[in-house]
Design a binder for this molecule. Structure first.
Ligand SMILES: [Zn+2]
Length: 280
């Protein structure tokens, strides 16, 4: 028994299939031999070019800068709206608090007025009752002053809540305007891309209808397997799908193959299309 490969030392097993015993092009695993006119094969490259442009457009549609912009603005807006609701709630809470505190002041004031009336009326004559009444009037005046301070403090909080709500409402409005603007720009960009996609799709339908069905079927299968590229041009002995240059054996096989034989790249498995620039 000799070495596995003449160029490798005895007993060394190459990781890759040795180049010397490579499969002939037409017996690519899993695919029956396929024939197609050279012109049909070249039209397949046109389909491929359209597919590349279509997937670029789909990528651009997905990654429009407006998407990220809108996402950021929507997050900002949600946060601002929460803050606005909080400020408005505080404003209505302090309004209620103010009404209540003002009622307290009123009660004290009315009671002091009644006391003052009784004092002025001369109806109270007992010195002890008079003293009590005067004491109460003094303490009610102090109480009224304290309660008025409370009202003032509440009014200050209410005003600052109003101020904050006004400022936040302004910011909400401004972000809403930016959002509307970004959404319009996004919609315009999407509409433009969709129009281009529609026209390229129509073009693809026409071109692919002129490619034999079995060749299209193989192409579609490979396109899914090979990251969107199912057919590649052989250019200057290089597969434009995987960028690998064919070795001399492969070049000789390609040269020997009939023009209508559908070739596959030995490296990436893509349909390899010969053109006048293939360097054969
Ligand atoms: Zn390749």
């Amino acid at each position: 028994m000799g070495p596995a490969h003449p160029r490798l030392p005895y007993g060394h097993r190459p990781l890759d299939r040795p180049r010397g015993v490579r499969r002939p092009f037409h017996r690519h695993p899993g695919s029956p031999e396929l024939n197609a006119e050279p012109a049909d094969q070249i039209r397949l490259l046109d389909v491929q070019a359209l597919d590349v442009r279509l997937s670029q457009l789909a990528h651009r549609r997905r990654t429009l800068p407006e998407h990220a912009e809108i996402q950021t603005l929507e997050a900002d807006l949600a946060q601002l709206r929460d803050l606005l609701v909080a400020a408005q709630t505080e404003e209505s809470d302090t309004a209620r608090e103010q009404t209540k505190a003002e009622q307290d002041v009123d009660q004290v004031r009315q009671r002091a007025a009644r006391d003052q009336q009784r004092l002025d009326s001369g109806a109270v004559t007992s010195p002890r009752d008079l003293e009590n009444l005067q004491h109460e009037i003094v303490s009610l005046a102090k109480r009224q002053g304290d309660l008025e301070d409370v009202v003032l403090e509440i009014m200050e909080r209410r005003e600052s809540a109003q101020e904050r709500a006004r400022e936040l409402a302004g910011r909400v409005e401004s972000v809403e305007a930016k959002l509307t603007d970004a959404a319009t720009r996004r919609d315009n960009a999407v509409a433009e891309l969709d129009q281009e996609v529609a026209s390229l799709t129509k073009e693809r339908e026409v071109v692919s209808a002129s490619v034999p069905a079995d060749l299209m079927k193989l192409y579609e299968k490979l396109r899914v397997q090979q990251g969107g590229v199912g057919a590649a041009r052989l250019h200057q002995r290089r597969c434009e799908g995987c960028r690998l240059e064919l070795n001399i054996t492969e070049v000789n096989d390609v040269r020997a193959a009939a023009p209508d034989q559908v070739l596959r790249c030995e490296n990436c498995g893509r349909i390899l299309v010969r053109t006048p620039d293939s360097g054969l």
